[in-house]
Design a protein around this ligand. Sequence first.
Ligand SMILES: Cc1cc2nc3c(=O)[nH]c(=O)nc-3n(C[C@H](O)[C@H](O)[C@H](O)COP(=O)(O)OP(=O)(O)OC[C@H]3O[C@@H](n4cnc5c(N)ncnc54)[C@H](O)[C@@H]3O)c2cc1C
Length: 452
Amino acid sequence: MWGHDSKMMAETLPRIVIVGAGFGGLNAAQALAKAPVQITVIDRKNHHTFQPLLYQVATAGLSPGEIAAPIRSILSSHRNVEVLMNEVTGFDLNRRLVKTSENDIPYDYLIVAAGARHSYFGHEEWETLAPGLKTIEDALEIRRRVLLAFELAERQTAAGEGAPPLNFVVVGGGPTGVELAGTLAEISRYALAHDFRSIDPARTHIVLLEGGPRVLPTYTEDLSHSAEEQLKNLGVEVRTSTMVTKVEPGAVDIGETRLMATVVLWAAGVAASPLGRQLSNVDRAGRVPVLPDLTVPGHPEVFVIGDLAAAKDEHGKMLPGVAPVAIQQGRYVAKLIREEIKTPNLERRDFHYWDKGSIATIGRAAAVAEFGKVHISGFVAWLSWLFVHILFLIGFQNRLLVFIQWAWSYVTYERGARLITGSTYLPGWIGPAPKSPTDHPVQQEIHAGALK
Ligand SMILES: Cc1cc2nc3c(=O)[nH]c(=O)nc-3n(C[C@H](O)[C@H](O)[C@H](O)COP(=O)(O)OP(=O)(O)OC[C@H]3O[C@@H](n4cnc5c(N)ncnc54)[C@H](O)[C@@H]3O)c2cc1C
């Protein structure tokens, strides 16, 4: 416990409020923890999520606790950091206040790192039919739908009713869509292949739809081409230049063409947190245009970092929404504040992003990597992906657990987290007709969303 004197001292220290404990906010907090400041970290969740491994939770390879950790415990050794689990609702920039549903929290410096969500391009009604992947809850919902589809097909086939073919449609050929499609192919062909008696999971049809001319559009053309080949080798059907025009229970429309879909997953668009609009005008993706020191114009005490910031590099190119950008920005802002507290009126240096390269995983032993002019594909790229992602996981225990889990599933093809929890409703599933209205409540629920 702090004594009376240290508490009084803390009250005179500069107050820093950090909104969001994702990659940006957490790194800012950690880099400020030893400075003479008092820090309040506010996040609507009690945990930090390692988003690059969410697809492993969605496809039953890892459990949520292996890729997420309580924010409070990550920061517990830093006495000047307070963690509040709360939803930030807005800001009063003139009075320097962060607003939550309960109270207003004053600040001297504000760091907003509230990240982004998926965007349905104005079709929010598609969200319940085609979940995206951003949070642990999203990952568990995807896992539920994927595993449930196999169970319903097995049950219906075993009952002699004949199940519809299993079609999984992934919308969006960026890194998340590619890794989801590749891993779904991998689990249906290997992990689940011998566990069912009536259906053959290996016959599951996985389609990846991409609106642009190639998958992984932010990578070079040779790597996009290689990724497409690797996906095809895993058994994924890749359709590029294909725009989804409608999503309905059990179906996806591409113009006049209708694709039947047992499960639809959304990996097509990103929209920055609505908090951005409370700070300034935003760009088309909802991001806040920031100055080279990552502040909001007119407010040198307000920093916006990570996916919420529209920050440009020295050549005027927009920085990508990836973890290393958020991490480096968090550390940069922390350093800048530390220096400024020590030496007021110090001229601020601009933020420079150090791009160490990009790696996208596709599935078992399949990936592409771009390190400047060096482009690699396949097993070596996958090994580098594995190494980097395990290395950056928060906490030694998690790293060790994930590594063991991975090594085990690599050798055995097992996916240890194949649990269906929650509802047994799958939008669009065509189950056998109930014999009487009260016969099978679960089946009735399924019928409620069935394709007519
Ligand atoms: C599925 C997936 C896979 C990815 N894979 C990779 C990859 O392989 N490599 C890579 O570099 N990047 C990857 N990314 C991108 C990377 O995760 C993001 O760029 C990074 O998380 C951005 O960090 P951030 O701090 O801006 O936001 P986030 O990490 O998203 O954190 C935002 C935080 O703010 C909190 N928050 C939001 N709104 C509020 C509010 N109103 N009140 C309180 N708290 C709030 C959230 O709960 C969250 O904790 C991936 C992203 C996803 C979704």
